[in-house]
Structure formats: structure tokens, C-alpha cells
Design a protein. Structure first.
Length: 869
């Protein structure tokens, strides 16, 4: 893991240095602008072959010339495109070509070093000298013959430095060889199946990554479709139920408005108010009638009582002797015989009041019948609500229309199953084919590593011999401590001989040229793929540029992708192509960047899966509303409202009868008759006093007139009571006489209201008004469906296909290919390790050959010094 982390960190650091600007990269190579519609985004197509523009792009890139960026220029400036984006990209080009030329230059330097080795060792036929310590080339001879100050010290220092460098390069080369084998192992492991426990880790092998991709994709599709079906049915049922409730409410409102148009409620209210007023007035009339009747009975009783008084007095006077000869007695007798009730019995007539009351009651009854008809009309209209509602539901039939969404889910399931099958087949193919080549790839890596190892073994042996000779003879020490007495062994001849150096250097040149070409091209290709390709499907800031192109491609292929599910009967589904798919998969659907569950449809730009405006304007809906209109008109017509309302003649007759009843009621005579002044008791009281005086005479027995006087006294008391009763009755009659015209006003209003209702219920007018109210109902219903449906379907769309699994699938696929630990990064890291191995092996051999050169020179020089001594 430490090595993998180091490789990833190294590659990431190099990519950070390479990438200077997001110029669209390979988008400018792989796609062409087909058309640029006015006011719309350009249309793109994928190239079919590597043509001249593609070759020119990479040629300009390698030659550090401004590369053509047509796709970047076509992008809006908000995405970093346009002419400003192109100018910025040209001013700050990415450094991918620098990697290529640095590699080439480095390996050319290595070749120069090899050539320099050949020159130093005089690999051509040059002068040489043979000694007991071996042959020496011309350069070595020249160095020995040279004479300058501190020559021996300088040679010893150079020799020591070369010895240290050789050991350092040897150590680094050994480490790099180990790193190479480890890196190659990582690449091989990447290509092999490497099962991991089920965690949230990012797969590290290609098969595991692809398997994780199909696992997440299958989970996303299966759960998305299953839950989507259930959620869609629930939301549609709620929408239908709410729409039915709205239809019911609108029908009730329409019935109320229709009743308001007919004015029947107003007519009924005024009629009932009139009837109530008439009943109250009738009660008052009955009360007055009772008073009159009571007064009449009182006068009858008074008349009888006075008759009895007269009879009683006649009997009393008959018992008085000599009454005929007594003038006073005769006068009193004559007076008593003639007195009678002050009010005539015929004057208090109850017939007038009774007749008026009966006429008033008949009017109340006559008015109640048409009011009952109005009430029945209202009831019929209200009872028609359910029938109208059922008619509208049947004609509109939203459930059947919305059931046409089911093919969308069927098609989505079939398309997804087909896609998953193709993806499964591809993964199985990869899982089947990759193992066939993994062993060859492993062998190839091991062969290259074996070559490196062989060269490393040779270099190690050379270094070992050189170090051994240097330590044994203390070649790096003071000449006084040097021990050179023996001649070169055969190993010294092999290591330090000219033939060994020349053969190795000659072999290095073609190997270096081959590796230089392979590694330079490999690094350039992988760097370009990573910096100019992978970045535009992984990095969020660059994904927008890819989406700009992908949007056009998806829009072009959308009809063929979605199939027939959203056409024809289900044309109310939103068929606009999705947008910014890559951005949705990289960022919008990422649970870490979103606090709530995000649906894929809303993430790719769908505000609502169902276009409510299209749904409302569908021919079936429009036809259903029109058929509902006709059915409602027919249904309202069947109620025969105009026939159920009272006729105008009937209404006029009611008013006429009441007018006659009111007109015929004349109370003036009765009011005059009940004047309490008519009930004057003074004459009776005077008579009673005279009779009491008469009875007190000595020649008359008091007992004779006691009874009639008492009767007369009672009659006077009765008359006093009747007088009070007459005052009350007269007041009631006056009130009745004043109030009788007031009953005509409410009746007139009620009659007019009934006439207006009758006129409004005329067939043509009613049909027109029903049409107006139905159109209003239909408009309100459509508006409600748009608002409520829009809100519900937006919520549905936001919840469909929770895309965390889609993000996981995309992340798994990108992670094992273009991710930081993906295949491209691993191959790029391996390429760097391979380049460093070759480079440091070259440096190692260069250091060893130069060490051998100076070691031979040091041996000869020290040998000469020893011989002189």
C-alpha cells in the first residue's frame, strides 16, 4: 500500500504540474461540430476515423504550436470556453508534450554518455600499451604522461568520487528494480480479480471495479424501477383522488352559482320571510278577532243582564201599591222599562275580521305551494351533484389516461435489462479474456525485469570486483599505504578490459533507443489520456465541458434511446433529453455533497416527469370535458326547472287575491263602534241612585228593590269592564288597520323574485348559463390540475431513481480506469519506474565504466610510483 500510495502521489504531482488549463483536451479531437443552430447550442458528432485534423492536433501539441480547440471555442464563456478560453489555453498550454521531450532528451543524454564511454575507452583501433597490469588506451596513456601539480591527489579524488557515485547508482538501481517488480505486480493485480469484502471501498482491480459497477447499476435500476412503479401509482392515485375532490367541490360551487343565477334561494328566502310575516300578521288578526268576539260576547251578556234588570224592576214596581197614582213611581218605572245597552249587538260585527283572517290564511297557503315548488327545485339541483360528478368522472376518465404511464415503466425495465445484459456480457468477456493475457503481460514484465536484473547482476559483479580491488589495494588511500604488487587477475581483465566496455556500450545504444521510443510514446500517451481525457470525466470543474458535448449527443440519440414508451398515448410524459449527466453522476448524486436523497431525473434537469399542460390539453381530456358539458346540459335540462317553478299566472293570482283581501278589509266602522265613550254608565248610575232613594221611602219596603238594585249595580260594573275592553279592542283594530298595507311590500318582493327565477329558468337562458358555469368549472379544474399536479409530479420526479447507487456505479467504473488509483495512473507510474530503471542503469554503467577507467589509470600510476621507489 505504501508503494501504491507513493506511485499515486507521484503521478498526481506530475499531473498537477502538467495540467495548466482545462482546454477541452481530447474533446477537441474526438468530436466534430456538425451544426450550430441559431440561438441553440452547437450539435456534435463522434469522429469515425483518425483524419488529418486529429494528426495535426497531436503534431502541433508535440511541436509546442497552438493546437486547434474548436470544441472549446464553441463552448460558452460561462464554462471557460469561447475565444477567451481559447486564448487562455494557448497562453497556458498543458505540459504533456514536455514529458515526451524530457524523456527523449534524457535518453539521448544517456546515449551520449554511452558514446562518451566508447570514446574514452577508444573502442576504435587506437594506440594502446600493454603492461603487466593490463593494456591501456591512448587517453589513459595521455593521462599518465601528463604532468601537473597535485596530479596524484586529483586522480585519487576523482577515483573516490566515481567509486561513491557507482555505489550510489548501484543502490538506487537495485531499489528501482525492486520498485519495478512491485509496480509490475500492482499492474498485474489490477488486471486480475481481487475479491474484496463488501465495504464502501473503491475497487482496486479492473474486474472488481467492473463487477462493482454492474452491482451498483443493477441495484440502482432494479430498486429504482420497482420503487418508481409503486411511488408513481401512489402519487397518481392521490392526484386522481384530489382531482375528484376538486371536481366535487367545483360541482357544488357551480350548483350554488346556478342557484344564484336562478335566484331561487333569494326567492325562497323572501317568500318564506313573507309567509312568516303573514303568519305573524295572521296571528295578530286572530288575536284581534278574539278580542272582537270577546267584546261581542260581553255585549250580548250585558244585554241579557240588562233585560234581567228590567224584569226584576218590573216585578218590584208591580209590588208597589198605588204606583199608578204615584207620579214619581210611574216615572221611575217608565225609565227602567226603556233603558238598554249603550252598544248595539249588531255594531260589534266579527264577520269582517273573520273573513279577512280566512282570506289571509288562504293567501299563505297559496304562497306556500309555489315556495314548496321552489324548494323542490333547489333540492333537485343539489341532489343532481352526485350524478353530475359521476358523469364528469366517467367522461374525464383520468385513471385510464394516467394508466398509460405503465408502458413507460415496462419500456424502462426492458431497456435497462437490455443494457444490464450488455454490460454483464462485456464484464464476463473482460473477466474471461483478461486472464488469458494476464500471464503474457506478467511474463512480459518479468522478461523486462529479468533483463534489468541480468544487467543489474553484471553491474553488481563489476562493482563488486572494482570495490574489492579498491579495498584490497587501498587505491583511494595515500600512495604510501597502497599495496600494489600483483598483476591483474582474469576478473580484472574482464571488468576493466576495453572489449568488455565496448561490447556493453554497443549493446546499450539499441536498447536505449528502443526503450527511449517506447517509454517516450507510452508516457506521452498515458499523460495525454490522463490530463486531456480522464480529467473531463472525473474532475468536477472539467465535467461541465464534457456535458456540453454529451448533451448534444444524447439529444440526437434520445428518441431512439427512450423507445416508444413516451410516444403516442403517453405523450404527456416529459420527453426532453436529459442534460449534464456526467455532472449529476459525479456531484449531484453524491450523498456526501447532498443532505437529502436526490433522484436521477431531477439531477439531469427534469423538473417534472409528467407535463401537466400536455396532460390537460390531451385530446381525451378535452373530449371528455366537452362530452361532460353535453351530459351536464342534458342532465340539468331533464330536471325541468322551468316547469317545476310556479307559473306567472299563479304568482299573479296570489298577489291579486291578497290585494283584494286587504282592500276588502274596512275597519273604520268597527273602530268607531268600539269607541269606549259609547259605553257611558252615568245615566245608569243616576238611575241606580234614584232607585236607592226611592227604595228608602217610608211607604216602600227596602227588600222590594234590593235585588233589582243589586242587579243594576252589577250591570254597571259589567259596563265598566266592557268599556275597558272596548278601549283595548279599538287600539288593536287601529294597529291592524295601520299594519295591513305593510304586508303587501314583502309579498311584492317575493312575487318579483319568483318572476325573476321563472324568467331565468327559461330553457335557452338556463342552457346558456349552465354552459357558462360548466366552462368556469372546467377552467378551474384545469388550473387546479396544473398547480396540484405540477407540485405532486415535481415531488414524484425528485424522488424517482435515487441516484446514490448510480453515483457509486460511475465512481467504481471511473475509479478503476481514470481514478487516482485507476489503471491509467498505475500504468503511468509503472512507465515512470521503467524510465527511471533504464536511466539509472545507464548512469550506473557509465559510472562503473568510468570507475574502471580511472581504476586502471590509478593502478598504473601507483605501480609506476612503486617501481621508482
Amino acid at each position: 500500500m505504501g508503494l501504491q500510495f507513493s506511485l499515486i502521489a507521484t503521478v498526481a504531482a506530475v499531473m498537477t504540474w502538467v495540467i495548466r488549463t482545462e482546454n477541452g483536451g481530447l474533446l477537441n479531437v474526438l468530436f466534430r461540430i456538425v451544426a450550430t443552430p441559431l440561438g441553440q447550442d452547437p450539435q456534435f458528432s463522434l469522429i469515425s476515423k483518425l483524419d488529418e485534423p486529429v494528426v495535426g492536433y497531436f503534431k502541433n501539441m508535440l511541436l509546442f504550436k497552438p493546437v486547434p480547440l474548436p470544441i472549446l471555442q464553441a463552448m460558452p464563456e460561462s464554462l471557460g470556453g469561447g475565444q477567451a478560453g481559447v486564448d487562455s489555453a494557448h497562453a497556458n498550454p498543458n505540459r504533456g508534450p514536455n514529458i515526451f521531450w524530457i524523456t527523449v532528451a534524457t535518453f539521448l543524454l544517456a546515449i551520449v554518455l554511452i558514446v562518451l564511454i566508447q570514446v574514452i575507452n577508444s573502442c576504435c583501433c587506437c594506440y594502446k600499451k600493454k603492461g603487466h597490469h593490463g593494456s591501456m588506451n591512448a587517453l589513459q596513456m595521455a593521462a599518465l604522461r601528463s604532468d601537473f601539480r597535485n596530479k596524484q591527489l586529483i586522480f585519487r579524488i576523482v577515483y573516490t568520487v566515481l567509486l561513491i557515485l557507482a555505489l550510489v547508482f548501484l543502490a538506487v538501481s537495485i531499489i528501482l528494480l525492486i520498485v519495478y517488480f512491485s509496480s509490475a505486480g500492482l499492474v498485474v493485480s489490477y488486471l486480475e480479480t481481487n475479491p474484496q469484502p463488501p465495504t464502501n471501498h473503491t475497487p482496486i482491480s479492473l474486474p472488481d471495479g467492473l463487477r462493482a459497477t454492474i452491482s451498483h447499476a443493477s441495484s440502482f435500476v432494479s430498486n429504482g424501477i420497482a420503487n418508481g412503479r409503486t411511488l408513481t401509482k401512489r402519487v397518481l392515485n392521490e392526484f386522481i383522488q384530489q382531482t375528484d375532490d376538486k371536481i366535487y367541490a367545483e360541482v357544488l360551487d357551480a350548483i350554488e352559482r346556478l342557484l344564484g343565477y336562478l335566484g331561487v334561494r333569494n326567492a325562497l328566502k323572501k317568500g318564506e320571510k313573507t309567509v312568516e310575516a303573514m303568519k305573524t300578521f295572521s296571528s295578530y288578526v286572530n288575536s284581534v278577532y278574539g278580542d272582537i268576539a270577546s267584546l261581542h260576547n260581553a255585549t250580548v251578556s250585558l244585554d241579557k243582564e240588562l233585560t234581567d234588570v228590567r224584569v226584576s224592576y218590573a216585578e218590584a214596581f208591580g209590588k208597589v201599591s198605588n204606583c199608578n197614582a204615584w207620579e214619581e213611581c210611574q216615572k221611575l218605572n217608565a225609565t227602567v222599562a226603556k233603558f238598554k245597552s249603550p252598544v248595539s249587538l249588531n255594531a260589534v260585527n266579527t264577520t269582517v275580521i273573520k273573513t279577512f283572517g280566512e282570506g289571509l290564511n288562504r293567501t299563505i297557503g297559496n304562497l306556500s305551494r309555489p315556495l314548496e315548488e321552489v324548494r323542490e327545485t333547489i333540492t333537485k339541483l343539489q341532489n343532481s351533484t352526485k350524478e353530475i360528478l359521476d358523469t364528469l368522472k366517467t367522461q374525464l376518465n383520468l385513471a385510464q389516461i394516467l394508466d398509460q404511464i405503465e408502458p413507460f415503466w415496462n419500456d424502462a425495465q426492458s431497456q435497462s435489462e437490455k443494457l444490464l445484459k450488455e454490460l454483464n456480457d462485456m464484464i464476463r468477456s473482460v473477466e474471461t479474456q483478461v486472464p488469458k493475457y494476464v500471464k503474457y503481460i506478467r511474463i512480459g514484465f518479468y522478461v523486462v525485469g529479468g533483463v534489468f536484473a541480468a544487467m543489474m547482476v553484471i553491474a553488481t559483479l563489476i562493482a563488486t570486483r572494482l570495490v574489492y580491488r579498491a579495498v584490497r589495494d587501498r587505491l583511494f588511500a595515500d600512495p604510501n599505504t597502497v599495496s600494489i604488487g600483483s598483476t591483474n587477475s582474469k576478473w580484472d581483465n574482464v571488468v576493466c578490459s576495453k572489449s568488455s566496455v565496448c561490447c556493453c556500450s554497443v549493446l546499450f545504444i539499441p536498447i536505449l533507443l528502443m526503450f527511449a521510443a517506447i517509454i517516450a510514446v507510452l508516457l506521452f500517451a498515458l499523460t495525454t489520456i490522463s490530463s486531456e481525457g480522464c480529467m473531463y470525466v472525473v474532475r468536477e470543474s472539467a465535467v461541465n465541458k464534457s456535458d456540453f458535448v454529451v448533451n448534444s449527443l444524447v439529444a440526437e440519440q434520445w428518441k431512439s434511446l427512450i423507445g416508444d414508451a413516451v410516444g403516442g398515448t403517453a405523450d404527456f410524459l416529459n420527453t426532453s433529453p436529459p442534460r449534464n449527466i456526467l455532472l449529476a453522476l459525479t456531484r449531484t448524486c453524491n450523498r456526501e455533497s447532498s443532505e437529502h436523497v436526490v433522484g436521477l431525473l431531477s439531477a439531469v434537469g427534469y423538473q417534472s416527469l409528467i407535463s401537466v399542460s400536455k396532460l390537460v390539453n390531451r385530446p381525451e381530456v378535452i373530449q371528455g370535458i366537452q362530452q361532460g358539458r353535453e351530459a351536464v346540459l342534458k342532465q340539468i335540462g331533464s330536471l325541468n326547472i322551468s316547469g317545476n317553478l310556479p307559473s306567472e299566472a299563479e304568482i299573479e293570482e296570489i298577489q291579486k287575491k291578497l290585494n283584494e283581501t286587504i282592500t276588502n278589509l274596512t275597519l273604520n266602522e268597527l273602530i268607531n263602534t268600539t269607541n269606549p265613550d259609547y259605553m257611558n254608565t252615568s245615566s245608569f248610575e243616576i238611575l241606580l241612585k234614584k232607585m236607592e232613594q226611592f227604595a228608602a221611602l217610608s211607604n216602600i219596603t227596602n227588600a222590594t228593590f234590593e235585588k233589582p238594585n243589586a242587579a243594576l249595580s252589577r250591570a254597571i260594573e259589567t259596563m265598566v269592564g266592557i268599556k275597558s275592553q272596548m278601549a283595548n279592542t279599538r287600539k288593536s283594530l287601529q294597529t291592524l288597520n295601520a299594519q295591513k298595507p305593510n304586508i303587501l311590500g314583502p309579498l311584492h318582493e317575493a312575487i318579483n323574485s319568483l318572476k325573476l327565477s321563472r324568467d331565468a329558468a327559461e330553457s335557452a337562458k338556463l342552457t346558456k348559463e349552465v354552459g357558462v358555469q360548466y366552462d368556469r368549472l372546467a377552467k378551474n379544474l384545469a388550473d387546479y390540475m396544473k398547480v396540484d399536479g405540477g407540485r405532486r409530479f415535481e415531488g414524484l420526479t425528485a424522488s424517482l431513481f435515487p441516484c446514490a447507487e448510480a453515483h457509486a456505479a460511475y465512481s467504481a467504473a471511473m475509479g478503476v480506469t481514470c481514478g487516482e488509483a485507476g489503471g491509467v495512473s498505475l500504468l503511468l507510474g509503472l512507465s515512470y519506474v521503467l524510465a527511471l530503471n533504464v536511466l539509472f542503469l545507464t548512469f550506473l554503467y557509465f559510472a562503473l565504466f568510468n570507475l574502471a577507467f580511472f581504476q586502471a589509470l590509478q593502478v598504473h600510476m601507483l605501480s609506476d610510483i612503486s617501481g621508482e621507489e
